[in-house]
Design a protein. Structure first.
Length: 155
């Protein structure tokens, strides 16, 4: 009877370790590592999160696009909002292509920002937009921005 108990115990630990190892490898990490299990509920907490830009936030969303030049920014859909994600101190980059449509979790600070015409034109140039489209940008844009110190992208 004890033998069966020991075998069952070992089997249980082995399976749980295997599952834990598998879940840990489902993301590719960029920047600082963080615990992916503590993601904020963006819909329920949006107003509070935006009023406290100094607070650390973790959000899950779908990658819409990344900077095709360096991977130095990405646009992410989180619920109904499109969020511009930049990377703290330009300290890391995400893939320049192939991440579109993948799920990601970002860790950092969220805020409402005004992007200048120069910034918007720079992002449009990075994205490969035609010159006529770049020059058509004449007004600043208010956007939800995220300064990430870490990003996890679903493999």
């Amino acid at each position: 009877m004890k033998t069966k108990f020991y075998i069952l115990t070992i089997l249980t630990f082995s399976v749980s370790f295997f599952i834990k190892a598998q879940s840990a490898t489902t993301f590719e990490a960029f920047g600082e590592l963080f615990d992916s299990s503590q993601v904020n509920n963006y819909v329920a907490e949006k107003e509070v999160l935006l009023k406290n830009p100094q607070d650390k936030v973790r959000l899950r969303g779908e990658i819409l696009s990344t900077c095709p030049m360096k991977g130095c920014w990405m646009r992410m859909s989180v619920e109904q909002d499109t969020i511009l994600v930049r990377f703290k101190d330009y300290g890391f980059f995400v893939p320049k292509s192939g991440a579109e449509g993948k799920s990601a979790i970002v860790n950092g600070n969220i805020s409402v920002d005004t992007l200048s015409v120069a910034q918007l034109r720079h992002y449009a140039e990075d994205a490969g937009k035609p010159r006529s489209e770049v020059m058509a940008i004449v007004n600043p844009e208010i956007t939800i921005s995220f300064l990430a110190d870490g990003v996890l992208i679903n493999k």
